[in-house]
Write a protein that binds this ligand. Structure first.
Ligand SMILES: Nc1ncnc2c1ncn2[C@@H]1O[C@H](COP(=O)(O)OP(=O)(O)O)[C@@H](O)[C@H]1O
Ligand SMILES: [Mg+2]
Length: 266
């Protein structure tokens, strides 16, 4: 089992969109994938047609001594009971909810175990080929533990020069974790919201490519088809199936398919 964490300390960079469509690409490639929503906003579940539920909270709580004692005896069964399947695909989801923030608050007050999420995911979800952790842009707390948990970290960054700072911050956090013994690696920087028709985005992409070299992955274009996915409760591949003649949808599906291949080649 491999853990991939999607992270950027900046909000709105396409993390959740990327987590969902990467999960879809890997599922289509025959992998057994679980998406875990570590963002208290809980919008990963709604993206794929489900309600936010305290799945992530129960996963974390089972490994936080003060909260674990409040759970039932069979914690694994309790955690598993929150897992749902995406409406139209084989992707499994452990939904998040506002309660995730309670677990985070509890972790911040007590002695913090850097390995908490890695241990929780490794013990509870060994049956999956890949577990993708979607994160919120909070510093410290859950994000740091989710990065520590990762075998690979994927950093979506908007293709704008101003957005690159967010990527540097996340890289700096990874460097600090490496000094503390982190064994994972950076899978890549994913330029998102790309548009070759604007100078700003072209320069933004160029900056990312110059700064990160081969670690800068092929970009994902900004497009309405991708923006509409949460409202449609679809992955880009389902939308491509439904709108076969729409060339923007096709391009977006190809881009996320390429991302899946890059991650599998890893
Ligand atoms: N390539 C894209 N083109 C157009 N809109 C996008 C694209 N990627 C994401 N979005 C939209 O931008 C917003 C932020 O994306 P999201 O994935 O939620 O980012 P994050 O999880 O980093 O906050 C959402 O409304 C999403 O639908
Ligand atoms: Mg998000």
């Amino acid at each position: 089992m491999k853990i991939i964490t999607v992270a950027n300390q900046k909000g709105g960079t396409g993390k959740t969109t990327t987590a969902v469509n990467l999960a879809a690409a890997l599922t289509l490639a025959g992998k057994k994938v679980l998406l875990v929503d570590l963002d208290p906003q809980g919008n990963l579940a709604t993206f794929l047609g489900h309600q936010p539920r305290p799945g992530a909270y129960n996963l974390l709580a089972a490994y936080i001594p003060g909260l674990a004692s409040l759970m039932g005896n069979d914690k694994s069964a309790q955690i598993r009971s929150f897992i749902v399947s995406a409406e139209r695909s084989q992707i499994s989801i452990l939904p998040g909810s506002a309660e995730t923030a309670n677990a985070q608050a509890f972790m911040l007050t007590g002695e913090r175990d850097l390995n908490l999420i890695r241990q929780a995911v490794s013990e509870q979800f060994a049956r999956y080929d890949l577990v993708i952790l979607d994160t919120a842009p909070s510093l410290g707390g859950i994000l740091e533990l989710a990065l520590w948990a990762a075998d690979e970290v994927l950093v979506p960054v908007a293709s704008e020069t101003a957005a690159i700072q967010g990527a540097y911050q996340t890289i700096a956090t990874l460097k600090a974790l490496t000094q503390r013994g982190w064994q994972g690696c950076l899978a890549g920087i994913l330029p998102t919201f790309y548009d070759e028709r604007t100078v700003e985005r072209r320069e933004g992409l160029l900056h990312l490519q110059q700064a990160f070299g081969a670690l800068a992955l092929p970009p994902i274009h900004e497009c309405t088809a991708i923006r509409e996915l949460p409202a449609n409760q679809m992955t880009i591949f389902e939308k491509a199936e439904a709108e076969k003649t729409n060339s923007y949808v096709r391009r977006a599906a190809q881009e996320y398919s390429a991302l899946g291949k890059a991650i599998l080649k890893g």
